[in-house]
Design a protein around this ligand. Structure first.
Ligand SMILES: NC(=O)c1ccc[n+]([C@@H]2O[C@H](COP(=O)([O-])OP(=O)(O)OC[C@H]3O[C@@H](n4cnc5c(N)ncnc54)[C@H](OP(=O)(O)O)[C@@H]3O)[C@@H](O)[C@H]2O)c1
Length: 241
């Protein structure tokens, strides 16, 4: 597998290319929490919601996740076989490529995602990734390591489009990554499941994380679909521009 190092060569043609369409999918409690204060794996939604997440993932060319959600939830980011078959019928690959975002880069190569070869894994991180992690992870994934403390998410999306042919991204959070995408105006659609619980807790993250700061500008959503199944409400919003 490849390790790709990127400096600040972002002014070239790739920046002019259209970025992929970004769809984020989340479940939250009635009081807006996406997890507990202990960041335990999300298990407050129904089987229908879990299927909904798989279906959304299966529609995309790439599924993108932040390092903490990957580590906490230890997900493989695959899709069930019937959704794989449906993708092949649609002339897509068997499953979306799996994309991990991390600034520090200390990603455990024993995580379940690396034990499944359903689709290629691409890691966007920085040169802060320790050398020993670079060596291990480069055997399991393609690494894109850039300068700076954080991953430039706009540049990441351009790379996904240009180098991997990605037109649709399914972002599965978590809230920190989602907030960064929102701050850079990089989200096009939000699929939101409201589950019939309340957690409370100032230390339990909401959809936009734990930051006390307002977003640089309010994000205006346009409701395009609303479905009630059992006691959950499945909302689809387009982000207004
Ligand atoms: N209810 C839901 O639908 C839902 C969905 C997803 C997740 N969750 C929950 O959310 C919790 C995790 O949330 P979280 O906000 O802490 O985690 P997160 O967004 O999954 O991950 C945050 C980490 O991702 C990396 N990251 C994000 N943006 C980056 C950027 N621009 N550049 C470089 N690195 C970036 C950093 O990794 P490094 O630390 O490696 O630098 C950062 O610490 C988990 O408990 C999970 O279960 C809930």
């Amino acid at each position: 597998m490849r390790v790709i190092r990127k400096g600040s060569q972002r002014k070239g043609k790739s920046y002019i290319l259209k970025r992929p369409f970004v769809v984020a999918t989340f479940a939250m409690t009635v009081d807006g929490k996406v997890t507990t204060r202990n960041f335990t794996p999300v298990d407050f939604t129904s089987r229908e919601d879990k299927l909904h997440l798989f279906r959304q993932r299966a529609l995309a060319d790439a599924v993108v996740i932040g390092h903490t959600s990957l580590r906490r939830d230890n997900v493989r980011l695959g899709i069930p076989s019937e959704l794989q078959k449906a993708r092949i019928k649609r002339r897509q690959t068997q499953a979306p490529i799996r994309v991990i975002v991390s600034g520090k880069g200390n990603i455990d190569s024993q995580l379940k995602v690396f034990q499944s070869d359903i689709s290629p894994i691409v890691i966007f991180s920085t040169r802060r990734m320790p050398r020993k992690y670079q060596l291990t992870l480069s055997k399991k994934a393609t690494l894109h390591l850039s300068d700076g403390k954080h991953v430039d998410l706009a540049a990441m999306l351009q790379t996904l489009r240009k180098e991997y042919g990605v037109r649709t991204v399914a972002c599965e959070g978590g809230p920190t990554l989602f907030r960064s995408l929102l701050e850079h105006d990089l989200v096009d659609q939000l699929n939101l499941t409201v589950a019939p619980y309340m957690f409370g807790g100032a230390n339990a993250p909401t959809l936009t994380g734990l930051s006390k700061d307002f977003l640089p500008a309010s994000v205006h959503c346009h409701l395009v679909d609303m479905r009630v199944v059992g006691e959950e409400c499945f909302l689809t919003y387009r982000i207004k521009r």
